[in-house]
Design a protein around this ligand. Structure first.
Ligand code: BG6
Length: 487
């Protein structure tokens, strides 16, 4: 299956940090379809060979075993070429057209790894140059807008040129093997389904914490913040995967229809819930692994009086038969105590106790997404030691079953961008976000953005290297629960 894969923003960060290494892995695994060409597009004046040399130099920064040796790179590099373009100049599209006309392909993928402000222009120019044929697919990287109106404007502009089936909106969380396992856990196993509902589940917690700060992205992050950067997309996609009804089949629209229903059923915000259930924080100076780190306001490119949030904790509910009344908590932040993404499903207590359960502990299923990828099922057992035997001690001991997918599946696993790129080349839309899902997610976060914009208090400070401001723990404590690490 011959393809041309065009990277707009071909000299940018995402291309060399994520996309090229992912394509190289697919090439090494023998899963990249044969007869492909990867065309970098950028403003620099480079020959094909100079582009290959630049990419090779960047590969030196890729993790050890993922790095190609010289011979491997030489073979991979034969797929790479380069077209110089200023994307805002209509006349420059002719060069790309000529390059694409050099050979016959089954598909042409236009991957927009550029500033979103260019999405509309690029789509219009592709159409004007006749490059939006039936075999063209377009891939859009986030952020797709900064609010509902701008998101709709982008979707409308792209939708004028491409059909929805040709549009691949990336949320890289959906490509993670752990997130696909979440679908497998729910829809490939009978065990949990009878329990997966309000009658048995007390609350659900989604945590996505990072140890890193904003690094060199201060300028971008200032206008974005954690709600737009992590919640509107990744966190809500995880929430959908947890809460959606079983789709009728594994086709893209069947899955996306069910996710959309969850987003539509999210409880709408009221002035009261906005003030009580939408907590924002901003990291202050602190310690991460014994190293002193600066606060957000002292980071490069950040306004010293910034009110951009680097932490968010939210509480919501899903108004449908399966979930009514069950709190869903979402929390994400930078410069927190650990790099972790996990989902905790906390089950209700048993209806009648004959043993003593350890205080504050419940049965729970922890779905680890990263860095560990696996499942932990927390149960109670009669773990009496010899000393306790016969003393009539009826206190149960918490124990857990631990399933580690990394050691089970090891090197056979495929990284997020590798998975997603192969799916684009294959035309599979399952792991991509449809425009109506994306708009619904914006519709839900927008009242929070507006509430914060009008709130003179600003985000609450938290010391770097902690789990965020105390208001986040207070919010969940009001329901009689606590975050996983506090139990
Ligand atoms: C990106 C955000 O979408 O996700 C970043 O823009 C964030 O700010 C990153 O660091 C987290 O992704 P991962 O895969 O490292 O959890």
């Amino acid at each position: 299956m011959a393809f041309d894969l065009v990277f707009f923003g071909g000299t940018g960060d995402l291309v060399w940090r994520k996309l090229m290494p992912a394509l190289f892995q697919a090439y090494r695994h023998g899963t990249l379809p044969e007869g492909g060409r990867i065309i970098g597009v950028g403003r620099d004046d480079l020959s094909d060979q100079q582009y290959r040399d630049n990419i090779q130099a960047k590969f030196a920064q890729v993790d050890g075993d993922k790095r190609p040796n010289d011979e491997e790179f030489a073979r991979f590099a034969a797929l790479l070429c380069y077209v110089r373009m200023d994307l805002s100049k209509p006349e420059d599209y002719a060069g790309l057209k000529a390059r694409l006309a050099e050979r016959q392909t089954d598909s042409v993928v236009m991957y927009l790894s550029t500033a979103p402000s260019l999405f509309t222009t690029v789509c219009e120019q592709l159409a004007a140059s006749g490059l939006n044929t039936a075999k063209t697919r377009i891939v859009l990287e986030k952020p797709l807008g900064h609010d509902l109106a701008s998101n709709r404007a982008i979707n409308a502009a792209v939708g004028k040129v491409f059909k929805e089936q040709q549009i691949f909106r990336i949320d890289h969380y959906l490509g993670k093997p752990s997130v696909q396992n979440l679908f497998a856990l729910r829809f490939g196993n009978a065990l949990f389904e009878p329990l997966w509902r309000r009658e048995h589940i007390a609350n659900i917690q989604i945590t996505m914490s990072e140890e890193l700060g904003v690094e060199k992205r201060g300028g971008f992050y200032e206008g974005t913040g954690a709600l737009r950067d992590m919640v509107q997309n990744h966190a809500l996609q995880l929430l959908c995967a947890i809460a959606m009804e079983p789709p009728i089949n594994a086709h893209a629209d069947a899955i996306r229809d069910e996710k959309l229903k969850v987003l539509r059923a999210l409880k709408r915000w009221t002035p009261e819930t906005l003030s009580q259930h939408a907590i924002r924080g901003q990291y202050a100076a602190g310690n991460v692994f014994g190293q002193a780190v600066p606060g957000y306001r002292d980071e490069q490119g950040v306004n010293p009086a910034s009110t951009t949030e680097t932490f968010v904790a939210l509480r919501t509910e899903i108004a449908n038969w399966r979930w009514a009344g069950v709190p869903f908590y979402i929390r994400t932040g930078k410069r927190m105590a650990a790099r972790e993404a996990h989902i905790e499903i906390n089950f209700r207590n048993i209806p009648h106790q004959i043993f003593q359960s350890p205080a504050g502990q419940v049965n729970k299923l922890v779905i680890h997404l990263q860095p560990k990828d696996g499942l932990e099922l927390h149960l109670f057992a009669q773990g009496q030691s010899k000393r306790g035997a016969g003393s009539g001690n009826q206190t149960l001991t918490p124990v857990h079953l631990d399933l580690d997918f990394d050691s089970r599946f090891g090197s056979e696993r495929v990284g997020a961008y590798e998975r997603l790129l192969l799916d684009v080349l294959d035309g599979r839309l399952n792991l991509f976000v449809r425009s109506d899902e994306q708009e619904e997610a914006w519709r839900w976060v927008e009242p929070i953005l507006q509430h914060w914009a009008a709130d003179p208090v600003g985000p609450r400070p938290y010391a770097a290297g902690t789990w965020g401001p105390s208001a986040s723990s207070a919010m969940i404590a009001r329901d009689g629960f606590c975050w996983g690490e506090e139990s």
